[in-house]
Write a new protein. Structure first.
Length: 846
């Protein structure tokens, strides 16, 4: 189970034993997963991060200028990265591998002519005077006018320099992009300002014909006569179907259906093949474990079943197919308890492999028991610079080799591919500009072609200009994608499908009938397509088909073993134990998420654990919130109260809460020493009737703090199952114990007092707020529609030491990404401001 640290103890948040530990400053201090410490963070005297020691990548040290700007980073390989800034704090130089033999200097110059504050140029190379890549930017009226790129890498015969021009219409919208060889594409807009068409000359290449309420493009027409229509679930926005074909046969090219579980994981995908019969349908269904990790993918009862098993750390233990001849991976073996995520050995397709690493946790060798080994080299920023498949490192006649060069922004700008073709060593170079939107391929092994220039005009339209020694040609290819963005088909200018491919859940190419892995002959064909058509495949990333990897830019992925070969430098969600396996691919949920950069997971639908936080804020904070809480139709925006909500609901330490005039319940099993709060626990007596369970919050005294006395208790929860989750939070966080019924009951609050005499007449006021979330699980910036589901519910009592029961029926409604729930219970009520000795008991039916 994974857990949070509140002040002085751990509180569980998921099913694997683990915990982030926060310092008294509220900063992340240590993280434990399944009893193993996986991260230790240290800070300097002013609170800046000084070092991180992590089981996957070792120790990384940080140094800062007196301004607080980052000065130097040193990783576990002793590679240093040094930063320099101008007077405005803009990076002007970054040296990767300071004082190393492979030192790289990256430079930025600012304040271009006519565009103060804009980037003028940037470069990258062994020294600032011998740059391998240089980019210059020109502007007109503050708008980007052109980018000029020059490349100077030994062995690459480039075209001197590459200029990409931008032109705008009278409204300042991008109208035309002109690439090298004067190849231009025009944007056409509707009167409402939305992009309608993309054209080359008078030819419409791509037209957007329909958009749904979520902003999803659901209708598209292509220049080859094909059309694509998509449907999305009206409540979640998740994609439910893709059809591509002609007007008369609208699903002749693609006929895909998708079904989803309520938590956003894919339940099944179907290829109906554009036929009226169901007998030829391909249906693949999926099963998951409690952490939403993919366990099984079954294509029909007798076609093919893939199974995966995992340990608690998110490591794959086996990856199997029941089809003879498919690639199985067995006998995964991992490191010691100090390195629980490092893969030491595995049997891949029946061949035992052991793995070597550098000090930063990057895989440097696949040592195969038979056949070729794989050797991997990295630059000082831990980016892959070479993958070699052969007998020895540095093999001059390898079976296959890929080499890469990177620019100052970390994007690769050049690749050299070398491979053995029947005893003949062949080489091809690929230049990438604009993040791969423009590619120039130099097939050095083919003297009949000088180069091919490919432009990804839109996500589905690719233009190719081929230069021969004495002529040139131009053509358009149309790329067809599935729900993950995989390129699964290509059609030509006449609308004929000329190639098809498909992928299993972890990205291995498979047969188009989903019944087997791709054959060696098919893989050779895919590799040839890399040069002649497109190298894009799994989730739109570059397929390194000859060396056997997928380059995701930030990192390199191995679809065979279902893991990255480098640890992720970013841990997106430290409270999720699975995020600390920095080699795993999208938390082992590969059908419901992608990793567009190799560094950041993007889920199609936010998967939310049942995690809760409890705070007792001060009066000033609640007055600020209440000023902006005007009831239905008057909901505050995220911008208005973001700082308040961030402080109140996204902070882990009592010290940080105290800084904003608040207090918090420390261990929650007993809050001794916390100002203004007594004890809480399960010692509930006098329940309203048999069959109830409850918790008690005792208010021992009002403590006059800097910002006023504590006036409210707020309960924070997140999810869609409101009643059950509210009670889960109350019983778990307050440690009331007892079982939780699946049937949500009413929440009943009963007030009593130890004071002599009857309580004065007054009202308890309860406010329940449901704030919609955005796709990142944060409070939505724009709130549409009412969000107060039970804004004010109260009862006025008259006399007696026990009040009648107050019943709060918390109800909600659908939301695309769910809600974060806030229940406010004021402890100071109208007509009765002194709560000393008073007890608020909260009950729920079993």
């Amino acid at each position: 189970m994974s857990s949070l640290f509140f002040s002085d103890r751990y509180v569980a948040v998921d099913a694997i034993s683990g915990c982030p530990l926060f310092s008294v400053r509220g900063q992340l201090d240590k993280v434990k997963v399944d009893g193993t410490e996986v991260a230790d963070v240290n800070y300097d005297s002013v609170g800046e991060r000084a070092s991180i020691t992590e089981t996957n990548s070792g120790t990384t040290d940080f140094d800062y200028y007196s301004t607080g700007w980052l000065k130097q980073v040193e990783d576990a390989k002793s590679d240093k990265t040094q930063f320099e800034y101008d007077a405005l704090g803009r990076v002007k130089e970054r040296i990767d591998g300071l004082n190393n033999t492979n030192e790289v200097t990256n430079t930025w110059t600012w304040d271009a002519a006519g565009a103060v504050g804009y980037l003028a140029s940037r470069s990258s190379g062994p020294t600032s005077s011998s740059a391998e890549l240089t980019e210059s930017y020109a502007y007109t009226d503050g708008r980007l006018d052109s980018i000029t790129t020059s490349v100077n890498v030994s062995g690459f015969s480039d075209n001197s320099s590459y200029v990409i021009d931008y032109d705008y219409d009278t409204y300042g919208r991008l109208e035309t992009i002109t690439y090298p060889n004067s190849i231009a594409f025009d944007n056409v807009y509707l009167s409402t300002g939305y992009l309608s068409q993309v054209k080359k000359g008078f030819t419409v290449l791509h037209e957007y014909t329909d958009v749904d309420a979520f902003g999803n493009i659901v209708g598209e027409d292509y220049g080859n006569g094909l059309e694509t229509a998509r449907d999305h679930d009206p409540e979640t926005g998740l994609l439910t179907s893709i059809e591509t074909g002609t007007t008369g046969m609208p699903n002749s090219v693609q006929d895909l259906l998708y079904a989803w579980r309520t938590n956003g994981t894919l339940l099944s995908r179907t290829n109906e093949k554009g036929t009226a019969t169901t007998s030829d349908d391909l249906i693949e269904t999926f099963d998951y474990d409690a952490l939403n990790r993919l366990e099984e993918a079954e294509t029909g009862a007798s076609v093919r079943t893939l199974t995966n098993t995992y340990d608690d750390h998110g490591n794959l233990l086996s990856k199997l197919s029941d089809v003879t001849g498919d690639l199985d991976v067995t006998s995964y073996s991992y490191g010691t308890s100090t390195k629980p995520h490092r893969l030491d050995s595995a049997t891949i397709a029946g061949i035992s492999n052991t793995f070597s690493y550098d000090a930063a946790g990057n895989v440097t060798q696949y040592n195969a028991a038979s056949g070729d080994d794989t050797f991997i080299n990295y630059d000082e920023a831990s980016r892959v610079t070479e993958i070699l498949v052969g007998d020895v490192a540095g093999d001059t006649t390898p079976t296959a080799r890929d080499r890469f060069w990177y620019g100052p922004d970390g994007q690769r700008f050049l690749r050299e591919a070398t491979w053995d073709d029947g005893g003949t060593l062949k080489t091809s170079w690929t230049l990438y500009l604009l993040g791969g939107t423009f590619e120039e391929v130099h097939p050095d092994h083919d003297s009949s072609v000088n180069y091919r220039q490919r432009v990804l005009v839109t996500s589905n339209v690719q233009h190719q200009y081929t230069k021969y020694p004495s002529s040139s040609t131009a053509s358009i290819d149309y790329l067809h994608r599935d729900h993950l963005g995989n390129v699964v088909g290509r059609s030509n200018e006449s609308g004929t499908v000329v190639s098809s491919v498909d992928f299993d859940p972890f990205g291995l190419q498979r047969g188009t009938q989903w019944d087997r892995d791709a054959t060696s002959g098919e893989m050779d064909g895919f590799a040839d397509d890399d040069d002649t058509f497109t190298g894009r495949g799994f989730t739109d990333h570059e397929m390194l088909n000859r060396t056997g990897f997928v380059h995701m830019n930030g990192r390199v992925f191995d679809a065979r073993i279902g893991r990255f070969i480098q640890p992720d430098p970013i841990v997106g969600n430290p409270i999720n134990s699975q995020n600390h396996n920095r080699y795993s691919y999208v938390l082992n949920t590969p059908l419901s998420a992608t990793d567009p950069s190799g560094l950041d997971i993007e889920f199609f639908f936010r998967i939310r654990p049942r995690s809760w936080r409890w705070y007792t804020p001060g009066r000033r904070n609640f007055r600020a919130v209440n000023r902006n809480s005007q009831g239905p139709g008057r909901a505050p925006t995220f911008e208005t109260v973001s700082g308040i909500l961030d402080r109140l609901f996204n902070i882990y330490s009592c010290v940080q809460l105290a800084k904003v005039g608040a207090s918090c319940i420390g261990g929650l099993g007993g809050a001794a020493g916390i100002p203004g709060v007594g004890s809480s626990g399960s010692g509930v007596t006098g329940l309203p009737e048999e069959g109830w369970e409850g918790i008690i919050l005792n208010i021992d005294e009002e403590d006059d703090q800097e910002n006023g006395p504590i006036t409210s208790v707020i309960i924070v929860g997140q999810g869609d199952e409101v009643d059950d989750q509210i009670w889960t939070m109350l019983s778990t966080i307050l440690q009331a114990g007892g079982s939780i019924s699946e049937d949500a009951g009413d929440i009943v609050l009963v007030e009593t007092s130890s004071q002599a005499g009857p309580l004065p007449t007054h009202a308890w006021q309860f406010e329940v707020l449901a704030w919609p979330l955005d796709s990142d699980g944060e409070l939505a910036a724009v709130v549409a529609g009412p969000m107060w589901f039970e804004r004010i519910r109260y009862t006025t009592f008259t006399g007696g030491n026990t009040r009648p029961n107050f019943v709060l029926q918390a109800t909600g409604g659908p939301s695309e990404y769910g809600y974060r729930w806030f229940i406010k219970i004021p402890l100071t009520s109208a007509g009765h401001d002194n709560n000393t000795g008073q007890t608020l008991s909260i009950y729920r039916r079993n």
